[in-house]
Design a protein around this ligand. Structure first.
Ligand SMILES: NC(=O)c1ccc[n+]([C@@H]2O[C@H](COP(=O)([O-])OP(=O)(O)OC[C@H]3O[C@@H](n4cnc5c(N)ncnc54)[C@H](O)[C@@H]3O)[C@@H](O)[C@H]2O)c1
Length: 344
């Protein structure tokens, strides 16, 4: 079997996660790994926000580079997985596509929508596949939620609450994640996961209101938003101001509630009136494996990528920008004057 020649650029938390997924695929040859920091190319362990033990992939099986241009010139990979600081997603993806590689780029697609456009243009210009790692779209519990929405299994959706909170990053190289100019702050790095899921499921909301708090990144690191559609609303909450990590959703349909990640048992449950919560079994395969496999199958079978398309991933970045504008402009016209707040 012909093996697909793959390279990884950015060998931190997510680069290692991709390396582990790819190492388990017999039709993939991970020919090279690039990281600007040489110490990252030898270290066996690196902290990540994904939990779990250190990598199973042994980097000695690949050639290593600190210069991405050199890797592209020498290795001519068929596909590149990029897991870089967010401000570098667009320039390095464009570079890889110009060199002839298909690109899987980690989320968020880019630091802003203009940079997303540059990636889309490069994909068209060089005729290369481009997929963005919006992993929730491959997350089995969220796929089940989508199925319930599309099929109306429990009636129409009336409201959906999505939450994702954690602590500020302590692992990112040169602390890039804690600088909004590089990461976009929690609203783009973390909250975007739920923004993207809701956006791809329901499209752009008619009305959106949002409140947020600037945190230590200098960007919005705590956000609460309500998106209103004709028939239901979605409440999204994201923060880097929490301790520990938690992600959850609660989807209220007409005749049942589907919930995931909630106390006391975070597994996916269906709750019907008067009945004990019923646990729903979903695939045990990780979303990270499934998204990587999907992208590589598109390359192997020479078919277009149809999931996590760049145009769709860009819409999510644009929605974060819309939330930011709502937060900046937001005025509660009936706001109570400061002196009159609290108890009478
Ligand atoms: N899908 C998910 O669940 C998920 C989770 C965490 C992070 N991410 C995303 O993955 C991306 C990477 O995050 P991370 O946690 O792995 O960060 P990280 O800091 O651990 O890794 C980034 C790596 O890129 C390297 N790098 C920086 N500039 C480079 C360059 N010019 N050439 C080559 N290497 C360079 C850094 O040295 C570092 O090792 C981010 O966009 C983040 O949003 C996604």
């Amino acid at each position: 079997m012909k093996r697909i020649k793959v390279a990884i650029c950015g060998y931190g938390g997510l680069g290692r996660s991709h390396a582990n997924q790819l190492a388990a695929m017999p039709d993939v040859e991970l020919v090279a790994v690039c990281d600007r920091l040489p110490e990252r190319l030898v270290a066996k362990e690196v902290a990540t926000n994904l939990g779990g033990a250190g990598p199973a992939f042994d980097i000695r099986r690949s050639r290593t580079y600190t210069d991405f241009d050199e890797l592209l010139a020498k290795e001519k990979p068929e596909a590149v997985f990029t897991a870089l600081p967010t401000d570098l997603h667009a320039p390095l993806a464009v570079k890889a596509m110009a060199a002839g590689a298909h690109v899987f780029s980690e989320k968020p697609m880019a630091i802003d929508s203009a940079a997303c456009d540059a990636m889309i243009q490069a994909s068209e210009r060089y005729g290369r596949k481009l997929m963005v790692g919006q992993c929730l779209r491959f997350w089995p519990e969220y796929e089940f939620l989508q199925k319930c929405v599309v099929e109306g299994s429990y009636g129409r959706l009336r409201s959906l609450a999505m939450t994702r909170v954690g602590a500020y990053a302590s692992w990112s190289a040169e602390d890039w994640m804690n600088r909004a100019s590089r990461s976009g702050g929690a609203i783009l790095d973390l909250h975007l996961h739920d923004v993207d899921w809701a956006q791809q499921a329901f499209g752009e909301p008619g009305e959106l209101c949002a409140g947020g708090k600037v945190g230590k990144t200098g960007g919005i690191d705590d956000v609460s938003a309500v998106w209103t559609y004709d028939d239901f609303c979605v409440t999204l909450r994201g923060s880097w101001m929490a301790q520990g990590f938690a992600m959850s959703f609660q989807a209220c349909f007409e005749v049942a509630t589907l919930q995931f990640g909630l106390h006391p048992d975070p597994a996916l449950h269906l709750v019907k009136p008067g009945a004990a919560p019923e646990k729903i079994a979903v695939s045990a395969q990780s979303a990270y494996f499934r998204e990587d496999r999907y992208f590589l199958d598109c390359i192997r079978e020479d078919r277009p990528v149809e999931r996590c398309l760049p145009e769709s991933a860009k819409r999510s970045v644009a929605l974060v920008e819309r939330e930011r504008r709502a937060i900046e402009a937001g005025r509660d016209l009936e706001a109570v004057p400061k002196a009159n707040r609290g108890r009478a």
